[in-house]
Ligand binder design. Structure first.
Ligand SMILES: C[S@@+](CC[C@H](N)C(=O)[O-])C[C@H]1O[C@@H](n2cnc3c(N)ncnc32)[C@H](O)[C@@H]1O
Length: 221
């Protein structure tokens, strides 16, 4: 899979691409991630990428030209262009599972007051990461990239993916590690029993209990 991220702040991605699971996925060629500074595509002599809004109002709006030219230069028949915007569909695991099947994602990060409306015409999808406003689309693009890359074959253990929250509309079961007793709190006995059938039953019941308590909306769906 290839993911191209368009931003005005490429250095924000330095740590993201060079640590932990994303770093390993890149090294193991499970994904190629390119960061494009769309300022480099500006035809303005000073590299300007934004301007004041027509009709007045606060802030600066991203101009269409640098973004159109950048996308046109990297787009292929397999590309799927996503605009990060508070107006988009709110992101969830189901969307991550669908997007992991795309060959080439282009993620477009806004900044300032956001995008000139006409930029929407070259996008295939609009994603929000929640009902709040961030300064830019960089963190949303990292969030989406992370959630997709970890789902790609061979990036993390298949079993870990199968048992985690949101599969089958349930939250994950509670997990414990050593020591067996910590500050008077004990690990549930069933987990020490070695009886795998009982452990599976216990975990399923805990998943249902936890989801009913914390996220009943998932079960209603
Ligand atoms: C300050 S925001 C612009 C907000 C815009 N004026 C509005 O009220 O909808 C700048 C950029 O950050 C990104 N952004 C901010 N909040 C976001 C969210 N919840 N989901 C996805 N992207 C977001 C978008 O790319 C947006 O263009």
């Amino acid at each position: 899979m290839r993911i191209d991220i368009l931003t005005l702040f490429p250095r924000m991605f330095d740590g993201f691409l060079t640590e932990s699971i994303i770093k390993r996925a890149i090294e193991n060629k499970k994904v190629t991630i390119n960061i494009y500074d769309f300022r480099e595509y500006s035809k303005d002599p000073h590299g300007k990428v934004d301007d004041t809004p027509y009709g007045g109002g606060p802030g600066m709006v991203l101009c269409p030209q640098p973004i159109f030219d950048c996308i046109k230069s990297i787009r292929t028949d397999d590309s799927f262009v996503i605009m990060l915007t508070p107006e988009g569909k709110v992101y969830n695991q189901e969307m991550a599972l669908n997007l992991k099947n795309k060959k080439h994602l282009i993620l477009l990060c806004g900044h300032y007051e956001g995008f000139d409306e006409r930029i929407k015409s070259i996008c295939d999808m609009f994603i929000s990461v929640g009902d709040f406003i961030l300064t830019g689309g960089e963190i949303p693009s990292m969030l989406i990239t992370d959630s997709i890359v970890r789902l790609l074959d061979g990036v993390i253990e298949k079993e870990s993916l199968e048992t985690e929250s949101f599969n089958n509309k349930l939250l994950d079961y509670p997990t414990y590690t050593k020591p067996q007793v910590y500050e008077g709190m004990e690990v549930p006995k069933v987990l020490l029993s070695g009886d795998h059938k009982k452990i599976a039953e216990y975990r399923k019941q805990e998943q249902i209990k936890k989801t009913k308590e914390l996220r009943p909306d998932l079960m209603e769906e």
